[in-house]
Design a protein around this ligand. Sequence first.
Ligand code: SF4
Length: 564
Amino acid sequence: MTTEREVLDVDVLFVGGGVAGLAGALHLKHKVDEHNAASKASGGPELEEPMICVIEKGDAIGSHTLSGAVIDPRGLDELLPDWREQDPPLVPVTGDEMRWLNAGGGSFKLPMPPWMNNHGFTTGSLGNVVRWLGEKVEAAEVNVFPGFPAADLIIEGEDDAARVCGVVTNDKGIAADGSRRGNFEPGVEIRAKVTVLCDGSRGHLTKRLVERWGLEGRNPQVYETGVKETWEVPGASAHVGRVLHTAGFPLPRDIFGGSFLYWVGEDLITIGLVVALEYEDPAFDIHEELQRLKTHPYIAELLKGGTRVNYGAKSLPAGGYWALPRPYVNGCLVAGDALGTVNVARLKGIHLGMKSGMLAAETALAALIAGDSSAATLAPYEEAFKQSWAGRELHRFRNFHQAMAHGMTLGGMARIGLQLVTGGRGLRDYEPLGAGHARMLAKGKRRQASEPIKKDGVLTFDKLTNVYFSGTKHEEDQPAHLLVHADPNHCATTCAQEFGNPCQSFCPASVYEMVDDESAGGGAQKLQINFSNCVHCKTCDIMDPYQVIEWVTPESGGPAYVNL
Ligand code: SF4
């Protein structure tokens, strides 16, 4: 059945209303105004007011945003020099500490690595920051459309002439069986001279773009996943701005990761655990480890008397400089987490994501002025990013993740030490790294996960209970937005035998479940995808050892994050 679609023509389209997309859209607006003011003064040609548009899959700006977060203000300082006077939902960091947690219940303070120093920075909920920034973007008369998931790229032309001409948004009202429900609404074609993909960590459109054009960086992108709870703890407001990072318990030495606790304002403490998606044990479950973390006496004491009020999860790109893909093709740029602008050494990426969005905006403006958005016109973006303070920061830590890829080993620490004194070089300028999912071993070959703890419903919670606190929901009568590109028996046979269905463990939202297949009988099992639980973290798309899971946009819905 052919579908007639409404077409919306815009000049520059930012796909994704996170920090990169919003910062990019606002910066573009500022730069257009600057350009036209300068042209007017000099009598040069002015640019006709371009139509700038941001689309966001979340039902509201910020509803799908989750991060620690401690923010290095460098990006905000450039974007909005007077941001401190604009009532941002951020508090200054007042105390900064790093601790080692012992499995036996003890802990001790660690010296703060110089690159982790958070002095002069701010902390808060990134979702709230994005909401605040979204208001500034709308006030600048940029078109911001939340609730518009981009389903696919519009690609026209062949070979070298192939170009991205925009995106098509999801059809709404498709039933689970593929038929059209009564409320069917076809998706819209949003056509743009320049499309800037800011679709986040493992963005599904960026993934297609990278595959279609072969844009992969020197190393494949690797990822981490973070799971996070926000707690309301009476008396926590007395410590607003405190920042605590921990290493050690509950993670085994050969898994890279650690926890964070930030006192983000009022009585709220946000606690999370971040783990590199390079572990070997298919039964490892990060949600379970977050629950275990809270049983450590040092952590339990901090949360005592409190209530968990929110839960969420998100992946983040961790490959750094050598994993940056080529960020441009005809008609299209990539920015933010989709590009991989996270410095895992500093546990920060917000300022880098903003800067990449702003540089993409400047490149888009150059294309509008030239009336040409071919790859040749957009290509300077790559070098502009690499030569900027953001690119130089990533370059300084270009081999950091490689040194930590096997956990916090003595050898890894020594390599980090060498990198410190050689400007990030270490043993050699380029350190290779393989894809994280390839490290997973067959079940029984490696045990890294401890036995699950008994959840008390006060300090510790089972996954499903926590999912409720993410606010996630999806229309049930729609096709699942988790596609398994494999033989229907793959999960119950090959994967069950080799890996024991690790999707049941690595998904932090209990989406994947092996259930009895009554139609087959004989104790056979099948995969059930409880897609309405999905919090859009993309871990399954990244960590599946067969790489057959593809996350795509649902018609709407997803988490409704608050204070995350
Ligand atoms: Fe994350 Fe995939 Fe689970 Fe959704 S189904 S919550 S994207 S791991």
